[in-house]
Ligand binder design. Structure first.
Ligand code: NAD
Length: 519
């Protein structure tokens, strides 16, 4: 097999009429497929359960995108058995053969990129640009991890010790549970699942309810590429009914989780307790929430900073773990910043149904999110000064307007708790020392940015701003595979650095083999 060099898939330029037409055609095709029923797939077997749930369009809640199966704990047992069986052969399949299948998946996904993006526009309310970037990231994960696996399968450098012959080989762990969020429904699910699989593990995937149709599309692609049955099992259902039984199952060797801090901590705790017949310590990779800040120094290019804050705060309606939710602004430029910020938000943000190519700000994902964000807006009205938004949009969907609160105290709830939606708090800092102190004052440590033209201040940020992904003079979202390995410190997770050179090691264990040559 001729392996091409890794290259990130470029984003689609929707200002080109041909690309726009392709996306419009894909949306029309997908619209013709709405409301279909999708199966649980275990060991290649298609299963329909008695209980179903509907995945609906958040921009038009009456529209059903797909009907899904509500799995339960009995299927967890079957899934673990199927994955264990498949592990016998998949773990012995060469890295070369495994990566061939995963590279093929990347090609199929690239061919289907507009269709997959359309599903995301409709199922989770992503704008065209955000949905396209999600597909591109998923393709990148498939290619990048395949390259990493081929490197890991090469002879590893060890110190010579004649007459012994020494080897270090990376072997897979076993059966893994992948529990994923809805906000990067294809990219994160694909990355978590196929990092494990390409390394020789087999996986049971429990996607989030809100993005279960997209998860079924990933399964279609895996099957089309010839992935053997049982290597990737798709078990839809609720966290407590399917996720927890998977986490505590004694034959599950590792858990790869991305989601909220609350659920991640619970999983970590449950997984730590050995169960009867369990013969290993479970490995937990948990990537969790953030409360991400952009520091705007008095020596910043103010217009660039304002634009960076707007785009980082409101891209995908603020529903990114990396989204900016706190702008920490130097006292001397504070009032001017606020004035420019409200103006720029109005200028850049186009609210509406994301099926419209000109819309870059759609609904939040579901009624629970809508309720929770609305509650935080009420808290914000007590804790700060409302500058923009604060109200709801079109009642057809879960629309919340882009919201800005000024004069938020660094210790206020709005400044400390993750609000997974379009609510930005602006905090006044006395000086740069104070700004960095505020930037580090939450339990999280995921992304952060500093705008300043002063190289010494940037140097200080490199040392003192304690986040897994730090950006200087640019926004704090949009990490690219292989370029910005992604993952956070403290309560933001285990800093697994998805899309980085060390990620695959988390799904392997290293075995040292020494052989006395002449014996
Ligand atoms: P969530 O924690 O509600 O759910 C994540 C997954 O866990 C879902 O599949 C859910 O069904 C499952 N789950 C829920 N309860 C469970 C339980 N008791 N046991 C096992 N599984 C359970 O998160 P979400 O709303 O889907 O996603 C948003 C969150 O994800 C935000 O906090 C965001 O910051 C975080 N996130 C983090 C990253 C990162 O890389 N750090 C990336 C994306 C999203």
């Amino acid at each position: 097999m001729q392996v091409k060099e890794f290259k990130n898939l470029s984003f689609t330029d929707f200002s080109r009429p041909d690309k726009r037409a392709q996306m419009e055609a894909a949306l029309a095709k997908v619209r013709g497929q709405l409301g279909r029923e999708y199966d649980i797939i275990i060991g290649g077997r298609r299963i329909r359960s008695e209980n179903k749930f509907k995945s609906c369009n958040p921009a038009n809640t009456a529209e059903v995108i797909g009907v899904m199966q509500e799995g339960g704990s009995e299927l967890v047992e079957e899934a673990v058995r199927a994955a264990e069986k498949a592990f016998q052969s998949w773990s012995r399949t060469s890295a070369q053969e495994r990566t061939e299948i995963v590279f093929k998946m990347a090609d199929i996904m690239t061919e289907r990129r507009y269709e997959l993006a359309s599903w995301m526009v409709l199922e989770v309310g992503k704008s065209w640009v955000e949905a396209d970037a999600d597909v591109a990231e998923a393709v990148d994960f498939l290619n990048y991890y395949s390259h990493q696996m081929l490197d890991l399968a090469k002879p590893q450098p060890l110190v010579d010790y004649p007459p012994e012959e020494n080897e270090l080989v990376y072997i897979p762990l076993g059966v893994g549970a992948v529990i994923s969020p809805w906000n990067f429904p294809l990219a994160i699910l694909t990355g978590m699942t196929f990092a494990g699989i390409v390394a020789g593990n087999t996986v049971i995937c429990k996607p989030a309810h809100d993005s279960a149709v997209i998860a079924s599309k990933l399964m279609e692609i895996a099957q089309a590429a010839g992935l053997p049955d049982g290597v990737f099992n798709l078990l839809t259902g609720r966290g407590p009914e399917v996720g927890e039984p998977l986490v505590v199952h004694p034959r599950v060797r590792f858990i790869s989780f991305t989601g909220s801090k609350e659920v991640g901590l619970r999983i970590n705790e449950l997984a730590a307790k050995p169960r009867p017949d369990q013969i290993w310590i479970k490995r937990v990779v948990a990537e969790m929430g953030g409360k991400d800040s952009i520091v705007v120094d008095e020596e910043a290019d103010l217009d660039a900073a304002v634009e960076g804050v707007v785009r980082s705060s409101y891209g995908y309606q603020g529903q990114k773990c990396s989204a900016c939710s706190r702008a920490i602004v130097a006292d001397s430029i504070y009032d001017l910043f606020l004035e420019k910020l409200t103006r720029k938000t109005k200028e850049i943000i186009k609210e509406g149904d994301p099926q419209d190519p000109d819309v870059n700000f759609g609904p939040v994902v579901n009624s629970q999110a809508f309720k929770k964000i609305s509650e935080y807006i009420e808290i914000g009205k007590q804790e700060g000064r409302l500058l923009a938004g604060g109200d709801k949009g079109d009642p057809k969907g879960y629309f919340i307007r882009p919201t800005i609160f000024a004069d938020i105290d660094p210790k206020a709830r709005l400044a400390q708790e993750e609000i997974f939606g379009p609510v930005l708090s602006v905090i006044r800092a006395r000086d740069y020392d104070h700004a960095l102190e505020i930037a580090n004052n939450t339990v999280f440590g995921l992304t952060g940015a500093v705008y300043s033209k002063n190289p010494e201040k940037l140097q200080r940020a490199k040392r003192e701003f304690h986040v897994g992904n730090l950006y200087l003079n640019r926004g704090c979202t949009g990490a690219l595979v292989g370029i910005h390995p992604f993952g956070g410190f403290n309560m933001s997770g285990t800093d697994s650095k998805a899309g980085g050179p060390d990620y695959l090691l988390l799904f392997t264990q290293a075995k040292s083999i020494a052989r006395l040559k002449d014996a």
